[in-house]
Design a protein around this ligand. Structure first.
Ligand code: NDP
Length: 251
């Protein structure tokens, strides 16, 4: 794939949903793609074909990033392959709808590990491979800002990710810029229980000032901007992309 000269994007959870749209957008703009996924080989294979149709290379890693040994194997392989990275996109995430009374420690720790700990470990292990002027983008959520009685582990992990974005931005400046996308409702498999229910789906549309669900491409466009030269004075920021839903007081 990469001979060490052409810059690549390393993206976790790149094969479906938001990650897939980000990877396709960046491949169209000339980057090779290195994507990590966990299970879904059919989606991964389709994704790889789509990336190759853009004329770029696609390297896939199948691993559960919450298992440290599997994560470290990927890092070691990437280091040995002499990739030059333009950006690390920490996108893989997991939502659980637990409440205070239904939460259990095992599930709590799995969400915190994937959504909060893995992004920091990925940044620690790959920043030396990222070129000068490169970026780390963390995919956060409005749930990290607005509280709810459901999804406590998710909210905690995404709130931490917004703060960690600032810490990492300071740690890695001036070589690497680190920013967070704070996303509202986007149509992906993660939210299909919501948008496939007509009542819930239209309730979400009606409380969204811009009157629609977000599409994965809405996030991809912002990532494309943030890793570009046009954003070269932006670091440590959380960019809210939510159709204005966060402006509603009682969400
Ligand atoms: P999806 O569930 O549609 O896709 C998740 C991707 O992550 C898949 O490629 C999946 O691989 C991969 N993945 C999941 N767990 C692991 C793991 N343990 N190790 C490696 N890869 C893993 O998610 P979305 O596209 O909806 O979400 C992407 C990010 O955006 C997440 O961080 C999410 O929290 C955030 N977000 C999403 C919002 C939304 O409305 N959709 C709103 C706000 C934030 P596989 O296909 O093999 O399962």
């Amino acid at each position: 794939m990469n001979n060490g000269k052409n810059p690549s994007i390393l993206i976790t959870g790149g094969t479906r949903g938001i990650g897939r749209a980000i990877a396709l957008k960046l491949a169209e703009n000339g980057y090779d793609i290195i994507a990590v996924y966990r299970n879904n080989d059919i989606e991964a294979s389709d994704f790889s074909s789509k990336i190759k149709e853009t004329g770029r290379n696609c390297k896939l890693y199948k691993a559960d990033l919450t298992i440290e040994e599997e994560r470290v194997n990927i890092i070691n392989d990437i280091k040995q392959s002499n990739y030059k990275l333009k950006a690390l996109i920490n996108n893989a995430g997991l939502y659980r709808s637990e409440t205070l009374d239904s939460l259990n420690l095992k599930d709590w720790e799995r969400v915190i590990r994937l959504n909060q700990t893995v992004p920091v470990l990925m940044a620690k292990d790959t920043h030396s491979l990222i070129e000068d002027g490169g970026s780390i983008i963390n995919i956060g959520s409005m749930r990290g800002i607005i509280s709810s009685v459901e999804g406590l582990s998710y909210q905690a992990s995404k709130a931490a990710l917004i703060h960690l974005t600032k810490s990492l931005a300071k740690s890695l400046a001036p070589k690497i810029r680190v920013n967070c996308i704070i996303s509202g409702f986007i149509k992906t498999d993660m939210t299909s229980p919501l948008y496939s229910d007509e009542t819930i789906s239209s309730a979400i549309e009606s409380i969204t000032p811009l009157g629609r669900w977000g599409e994965p491409e809405d996030i991809a466009e912002a990532v494309n901007f943030l890793i570009s030269e046009k954003a070269s004075f932006i670091t440590g920021q959380g960019i809210i992309i939510d159709g204005g839903i966060g402006l509603i007081k009682n969400m």
